[in-house]
Design a protein around this ligand. Sequence first.
Ligand code: CDP
Ligand code: CDP
Length: 226
Amino acid sequence: STKKLQVAIDGPASAGKSTVAKLIAKQFGYVYCDTGAMYRSITLKVIQEGIKLDDEPKIVSILDNTTIGFEPGQPQQLVFLDHQDVTNQIRSEQVTNSVSTVAALPGVRKNLVDQQRKIASHGGVIMDGRDIGTTVLPNANLKIFLVASVSERAERRFKDNAEKGIHTPLKELAAEIETRDYKDSHRKVSPLIKASDAIEINTTQMSIQDVVTEISKLMKNKLNNG
Ligand code: CDP
Ligand code: CDP
């Protein structure tokens, strides 16, 4: 069929959203939109320019002169901030521990949500984040809410870090994850919350391939049965 779905994948930090979203996008020939990378990019710029993380007027004023873009790349999609490749920089600990403060600012969210809706407007998109099913794409064809236990998510991040030569203790990673989840779930504007029509998948005991298979089944169902 020529029908192209909008798929929303939400959930807490390190639940596996971006890993499975990328694989599904590849399998279906869809665009993958990593909205977390957009919030991380703005946060990087705020840090680079020495702006306070909660200075909303100042941050909103630089948004008009900021461009965030995605380009295909191997092994991963590349992220560009003002035409500079920031793919690795936006994953730094400093950005990770600052992003939830910047992402809580209503003016920042409004700007990025508008951009995200444009990217999704033609369908054929897998978008992951925190508020995709509730706010960005409330009419998405399929909404997935991925969860996993804190200890499993800390271990996943621990392994990712080890590959990069970073050795933050497991306990610290678990605490960081809990702090970020708390901030993301308790902010006033579009907090992290499961949409009432989202399908929850607990990935604690699932492999990446298991999760991909489950979501692609749900997508094929939607494509065949509307
Ligand atoms: O990959 P990871 O779980 O570390 O996080 P991410 O998806 O890169 O998102 C980083 C941060 O951006 C989140 O902790 C949220 O504070 C914020 N975010 C958001 O507020 N709304 C979204 N749709 C996506 C991310
Ligand atoms: O995007 P999000 O923060 O939700 O998570 P991620 O960056 O996609 O996944 C964090 C790590 O968990 C990655 O290294 C994945 O390979 C791993 N993962 C896993 O081990 N088992 C799964 N079922 C899903 C992800």
